[in-house]
Design a protein around this ligand. Structure first.
Ligand SMILES: CCCCC/C=C\C/C=C\CC/C=C/CC(=O)SCCNC(=O)CCNC(=O)[C@H](O)C(C)(C)COP(=O)(O)OP(=O)(O)OC[C@H]1O[C@@H](n2cnc3c(N)ncnc32)[C@H](O)[C@@H]1OP(=O)(O)O
Length: 280
């Protein structure tokens, strides 16, 4: 008997296959004509990154690498949020072990996406704060729908993001612009992000964003994939090496910080504000 979690191929129109991964919060769809895989985050309402979503993202990235797709497009199933970043509910009033797991899995997703030799692009079809921006900037190319916000807002929350978490961001922006944005905890509108170079193109719909991402990935059609991938990784090697050196200490530092009464208090107030916002 075929278990529903087994890799199954479901016909979707004439030219794409929905490859149900052994996961529930992400789906992978491979376009048969282009060979490009679309990885969709689907954790309503805002794709907040709990441990399960982080694990599912890792499984989907591995699946796409193993099924010989030509590239990966990351997007969201929701109409106005790409990803709200880490699930703050999961980090609030919990034990240190859980916090260690959250952070370890965030690191694992980042390194899987940032360090893949496959061409990657993000179709940002909604807001992308904090961990949402982290995933988008781990990709090589970004296309965003208008009138949304993207950025690393940690400084606004009184939190210092580690260097690896900022490295995709600092890769794509001039140093001075990145420093100012990170110290301000600035959230860029789509237009501002485009003008600064944080996103590469603006698209009026999710479909158009995915098409533009596919065109970017298609631009490598005539390039030797091994040469392309190794060249990409040479650009990223310094950040990856630096991250590998500190990754365990980084987990310990995060768990200590996030479990401290001061940061727990910030989280509690933040969650209250988020809930009250919904009531207004
Ligand atoms: C704040 C403390 C963080 C603590 C970290 C501690 C130590 C860290 C040290 C260093 C590392 C720092 C790295 C952090 C990485 C992160 O990703 S932290 C997460 C930061 N994310 C945000 O600040 C985003 C918050 N959300 C929003 O701004 C908005 O929700 C949105 C994404 C712009 C969408 O707006 P919209 O109007 O569409 O929706 P709502 O705001 O009404 O939300 C709907 C629903 O979803 C819940 N929700 C939203 N965001 C989160 C979240 N990040 N985690 C969990 N739940 C979230 C919200 O509460 C609503 O729920 P409902 O009221 O039950 O419907």
């Amino acid at each position: 008997m075929l278990h529903s979690n087994l890799l199954r191929l479901v016909a979707r129109g004439s030219s794409s296959r929905l490859m149900s991964t052994a996961t529930k919060l992400t789906t992978v769809e491979v376009n048969d004509e282009t060979g490009i895989a679309t990885l969709t985050m689907n954790r309503p309402p805002v794709n907040s990154q709990n441990v399960q979503l982080l694990l599912d993202l890792q499984a989907s990235i591995s699946e796409i690498e193993n099924n010989k797709s030509r590239g990966l497009i990351l997007t969201s199933a929701h109409s106005n949020v790409f990803s709200a970043g880490l699930d703050i509910f999961e980090m609030y009033n919990t034990d240190v072990e859980r916090l260690r797991t959250v952070w370890t899995e965030l690191q694992n997703v980042w390194i899987a996406l940032y360090g893949t030799s496959l061409p990657t692009a993000a179709a940002i079809n909604g807001h992308a704060p904090a961990g949402g921006c982290l995933l988008a900037t781990a990709c090589e190319y970004r296309v965003m729908r208008p009138n949304f916000l993207i950025g690393l807002n940690e400084a606004q929350l009184g939190i210092i993001a580690p260097k690896w978490l900022m490295s995709g961001f600092t890769n794509v922006l001039p140093k001075r612009v990145a420093e100012r944005a990170l110290t301000q905890g600035r959230m860029f509108t789509t237009q501002e992000a485009f003008e600064a170079g944080l996103v590469d193109e603006i698209a009026s719909s999710k479909e158009e964003a995915v098409e533009k991402c596919a065109a970017f990935i298609g631009s490598f059609a005539k390039v030797n994939p091994l040469a392309r991938g190794l060249t990409k990784l040479q650009f990223r090697a310094d950040n990856i090496k630096e991250f590998e050196k500190i990754r365990e200490k980084d987990v310990a530092d995060f768990a200590a910080l996030a479990s401290s009464p001061e940061v727990q208090k910030v989280m509690g107030t933040y969650l209250e504000n988020l809930k009250n916002k919904g009531k207004k």
